[in-house]
Design a protein around this ligand. Sequence first.
Ligand code: NAP
Length: 291
Amino acid sequence: MFQITGKTKLLGVIGYPVEHSLSPVMHNAAIAQLGLDYVYLPFPIAPENLEIAIAGFAAVGVVGFSVTIPHKQAIMPLLSEITPIAQAIGAVNTVSRQDNKWVGTNTDITGFIAPLQTTYHQDWSQKAAVILGNGGAARAVVAGCHQLGFAEIHVVGRSQQRLQEFYESWNDSSLATNLQVHTWDKLAKLIPQGNLLVNTTPIGMYPKVDESPLSGLEMADLPTGAIAYDLIYIPKPTQFLQLAQQQGAIAIDGLEMLVQQGAAALKIWLQQETVPVEVMRQALQNHLGLG
Ligand code: NAP
């Protein structure tokens, strides 16, 4: 049985709100499995308290923490170092204490690409990715698609202005040389090229589970062997994935991304090559009633 001791080391997640975070479930399950004297806690930190909270974390010897909405960008000026990948994405989701400094990185890319690499290992260099949405998660998806070597990366959004800002934000980065942005009305032209179709919008999330960013009809022209990937993990499967499957596409939901970004973070904090990913996955599935 897990017990707090005088030596227990502290990990956690900062967000606001943070009470719905699933990270404590999977990280504490992994810690228990490894038999380590660590605990992972949720910390609700209002934006105006971020700086003082981070200073407090340093003072009490926090080993590392996850960062969620609304702090993923705001944390960046408070860190001593930021990895190139987190710089390129413009967001940090994992912070670790190294040599008395806070170092920030982003493990969402690792999380995103993991199921594509392990399950559908293939050469993506002749393939096109179509990404729905141009928010925070879309940035990790663009970087992930670039890392996988996609020939074309198309981002589709509803606001021309935000699309333009999204496009220009990559100007200094080599990560998005093959990036194009489009408004939703261009989708009919893009779908037949969409070897990978990713939903990064919140459309279809609980409780609006009957919604999908695209209809079955709109997905009817997906190429043979297309993969539909929804970053949403509840419901499982989403309406988007159900409709895509009916059109013959392969479906990937967001649960594995959640697990794998967490596993990548835990490896950094514990400075070890392997962590019990299956235990983390199972803990989440049980918690979400998917077990
Ligand atoms: P975000 O920064 O708010 O971005 C959401 C994007 O969706 C924006 O581009 C927004 O468009 C677009 N959008 C929202 N409602 C729309 C609508 N009705 N029609 C068309 N576009 C719409 O959020 P995020 O952080 O990227 O997260 C997006 C989703 O990914 C969430 O469901 C989140 O739970 C999921 N996610 C999952 C994981 C995982 O590990 N599985 C990780 C991160 C995120 P505008 O720019 O025009 O507002």
